[in-house]
Design a protein around this ligand. Structure first.
Ligand SMILES: Nc1ncnc2c1ncn2[C@@H]1O[C@H](COP(=O)(O)OP(=O)(O)OP(=O)(O)O)[C@@H](O)[C@H]1O
Ligand SMILES: [Mg+2]
Length: 238
């Protein structure tokens, strides 16, 4: 018997004013591992993230998480089930220090030692030197790493990241790559990114999106997946 998938999308569609952003997308994720999602501007990547995290409601199709239907479930209830996300434009509370921002993410938890969790996560993402600074004193990349840390501190079972490398320096990308590789052994992660090399370094499972569809799902080392990548980026898609 096949194990129950963590997340399952069944023929999910979403349109905006006649533009089909998602067209009958079906997808399954297991409890651990990383799925990379690539595709050109407007392919439907953020819309896919939106219907999974609950910021968007699909027009048709169904979504299941842990065997339970979540298609119409509000975002905060999905968060409680263990779905966390980071945004294409990162967010952090401007009046709080980095440490206080991270503290917010653990407030609801019954841990005896949230401080240890905060410091461990800060270390994982290289944020220890800036813990007492405010977001206005950080680089764009560091704010992104704060948002990622907050998502991780909520102890998600599924983390959906929309373009996490945008604005990061090469060094920050390396830190993030290492952190995600080790996290992907414990939880399920969806990484949306334009950088095929970054996504390929994280995972052998990549979804190639174009015009609301997943055109290929597999390793970029497979020639047919590589061909689809070339097709959507270089030739504007099929
Ligand atoms: N809120 C919205 N209102 C109207 N149209 C939208 C909205 N969100 C997305 N779209 C349209 O849906 C399509 C898919 O958009 P989406 O943002 O999912 O693409 P994307 O793959 O994330 O692109 P990018 O790489 O630029 O972030 C595009 O044609 C976009 O213009
Ligand atoms: Mg997007």
């Amino acid at each position: 018997m096949q194990p129950r998938p963590l997340l399952s999308l069944q023929s999910v569609s979403k349109s905006f004013d006649g533009v089909q952003a998602l067209a009958e997308v079906s997808l399954e994720l297991s409890d651990t591992g990383i799925l990379g999602v690539i595709g050109p501007n407007g392919a439907g990547k953020s819309t896919l993230a939106g219907v999974i995290v609950g910021s968007l409601r699909p027009d048709s199709g169904r979504i299941f998480f842990l065997g339970r239907e979540i298609t119409g479930l509000p975002m905060r209830k999905r968060a409680r089930l263990g779905i966390a996300n980071t945004h294409q434009i990162p967010r952090a509370f401007p009046s709080l220090t980095v440490y206080e921002n991270l503290e917010l993410a653990v407030l609801h938890r019954a841990d005896t030692d949230p401080r240890r969790q905060i410091l461990e996560t800060a270390e994982l993402l290289g944020l220890q030197p800036v813990l007492q600074l405010k977001p206005s004193q950080l680089s764009h990349g560091q704010i992104r790493l704060v948002e990622i840390s907050m998502a991780l501190l909520s102890q998600p079972r599924l983390l959906v990241m929309d373009e996490p490398t945008q604005g990061l320096t090469g060094l920050e990308v390396n830190t993030l790559t290492e952190a995600l590789k080790s996290l992907g052994e414990k939880i399920s992660i969806i990484v949306i990114d334009h950088r095929v090399d970054f996504v390929a370094s994280l995972s052998p499972r990549i979804a190639v999106m174009h015009r609301g569809r997943i055109l290929a799902l597999g390793s970029p080392r497979d020639s047919w997946v590589a061909e689809k990548i070339e097709e959507v980026y270089l030739r504007g898609g099929a």
